[in-house]
Write a protein of this length. Structure first.
Length: 538
């Protein structure tokens, strides 16, 4: 392909906009990052492209950015990525598509209860608010106060003292419920500066102003006003990585993870979800290898678990209500590890609206809160035992710290009488039981060992999605490169999830998203072609 043709392919996949449009390029082991970067920059100079390494921790993933351009049609964007992969003999390439596969509702005006109705979006997903709920019912459901007391009684660090919890999100803003929070570091990977302030824009429906402030409050808010965080003595590292929870771009989240690891985070909590991503998967693996506990929301309203939670290398947290039942909008399935409160959780509210934006609180819902609460429990565990002690114990047992924490949080989870472990994970997180557990608990239980090959691990997360939606036969295309085509397959499948109350049923997935000609030519399995809507099949 000539340089002119390649530039034309890239420009056809973008439209004028605020941008930047991005592509992530994954190099093969033998390729020289400096040389490839120079080649790509030279070839795409006519398009005004800038080529930079993903981060200081990952020079072997290059990010191509086109200022004042947005990715347009997803099929064209993936086609352009495959052209880049072929032209530069890369291991893989992907467009950094903004997606909204884990929606959240805009908060109601202060003092107004949201009643579910036909105008609710998505229908059947959001529950009405409940008057009279005990403000800290979520902490009680997870036995967090008992965990605090357990550590204090044994003269151990309590409430997560000294543990650094990083939070890639929309950033944070000033709020009374966050006054006195112990902050450390903080960064804005969107603007590449050390100020993680949430600009509280754009407005709904594209924006989720104040989302990072709300999720931060359920992790680290001090025990001074209305909202108590699950780890109020932990140190908070806010990282502005997204502009909106309904417009996730995976490259910026990957950069946020790398930034958190480089700056000394010990827990990373992600109240967000979207597509699989080569860049994101690599960042997760680097964090886990650095003995960081990484958790993500299972997702909202599309029924099946989204990424990064769907990766084996990330702890996936689903959501429950005050009655220990699944929150109606929670994503669920075999990829869920544990669950935590997600319906009508009290949190700090920030953003446009009447009243004082610095002191509003209200009920919120979504697995964003479930994972944030659980991240606080991870901080309690690290503080209670001492991180260095836990790392040493994990090493002696042949585990990563992430694997050790997951084993124990699952083994100690509280399982209500009607609990469906296949759909909702091991149970509801029990902080007191976790802190009191022997570190060898659960070693004798059978566990599925994930593939050692990173490419197969990444591909397996996509195949499992296809199997959930269309059956195992659709996931058996042995000739297909599931690693290279995984992001586009996931995009096509998740784009079909339009009825959250029914999940991904045949009635709910009539309209498939168009796919690139490259993927269409590569898929040979009739069940998978059917799922993707190829060959005129329904």
């Amino acid at each position: 392909m000539s340089t002119v043709e390649l530039v034309a392919r890239i420009e056809a996949a973008t439209v004028p906009g605020p941008g930047p449009a991005r592509f992530a390029l994954v190099l093969r082991p033998a390729q020289d990052p400096v040389a490839v970067r120079a080649r790509v920059a030279d070839a795409l100079a006519a398009a005004g492209a800038v080529v930079e390494p993903l981060s200081s921790l990952e020079p072997r993933v290059l990010v191509v950015e086109l200022a004042a351009r947005d990715l347009a049609d997803p099929a064209a964007a993936f086609a352009a990525a495959y052209a880049l992969q072929q032209e530069f003999a890369l291991a893989a390439a992907e467009p950094d598509l903004p997606t909204g596969f884990s929606p959240v509702p805009a908060p109601p005006p202060p003092g107004e209860l949201r009643e579910e109705g036909v105008e609710a979006f998505p229908p059947g997903c959001w529950a009405p608010e409940e008057a009279g709920l005990e403000p800290r019912w979520a902490l009680a459901a997870m036995r967090v106060p008992e965990a605090w007391d357990h550590s204090a009684a044994r003269q151990r660090p309590t409430q997560g003292a000294g543990v650094v919890v990083a939070q890639p999100d929309t950033g944070i803003t000033r709020h009374a419920e966050l006054a006195g929070v112990l902050s450390v570091g903080g960064y804005d990977v969107l603007d590449d500066d050390p100020d993680p302030t949430d600009p509280l824009s754009p407005p709904a429906p594209l924006g989720t102003p104040g989302h990072g402030t709300g999720t931060a409050s359920v992790v680290v808010s001090p025990r001074s006003l209305t909202v108590w965080g699950s780890a109020p003595a932990a140190r908070h590292m806010p990282i502005r990585a997204i502009e909106s929870v309904v417009r996730i771009t995976q490259v910026t989240v990957a950069r946020a993870i790398d930034r958190a690891v480089a700056d000394g985070a010990q827990v990373i909590t992600m109240s967000l979800g979207g597509l699989p991503s080569f860049a994101l998967f690599g960042a997760l693996r680097r964090a886990v290898a650095a003995d960081v506990i990484v958790l993500a929301a299972a997702g909202n309203c599309v029924r099946t678990v989204v990424w990064p939670a769907r990766y084996d290398d990330c702890i996936a947290v689903a959501g429950t209500d005050v009655r220990d039942a699944p929150w109606r909008g929670t994503c669920r399935g075999a990829a869920v590890d544990v669950a935590a409160p997600a319906e009508n959780v009290l949190h700090a509210q920030a953003g446009p609206g009447p009243g004082d934006p610095l002191d509003r609180v209200g009920q919120g819902q979504g697995t964003s809160y479930a994972v944030a609460l659980t991240a606080g429990v991870a901080a309690l565990w690290l503080a209670h035992h001492g991180r260095a002690n836990l790392v040493a114990a994990a090493r002696s047992g042949g585990e990563t710290l992430q694997q050790m924490f997951l084993r124990l949080v699952r083994a100690t989870a509280r399982r209500p009488a009607t609990w469906d472990a296949f759909e909702m994970g091991a149970g509801i997180v029990d902080a007191a039981a976790l802190l009191g557990a022997d570190l060898d608990l659960g070693r004798d239980r059978e566990a599925v060992t994930p593939p050692g090959d990173p490419r197969e691990r990444a591909a397996r997360s996509v195949r499992s999605l296809v199997a959930e939606v269309a059956g195992v036969d659709a996931a058996r295309d042995a000739e297909l490169d599931w690693y290279a085509f995984g992001p586009e397959i996931a995009h096509a499948v998740l784009s079909r999830a339009t009825t959250p109350t029914d999940g991904l049923t045949p009635e709910a997935v009539r309209v498939p998203a168009p796919v690139s000609p490259t993927l269409s030519a590569a898929v040979t399995s009739p069940p998978l072609r059917n799922l993707l809507g190829l060959d005129g099949l329904p």
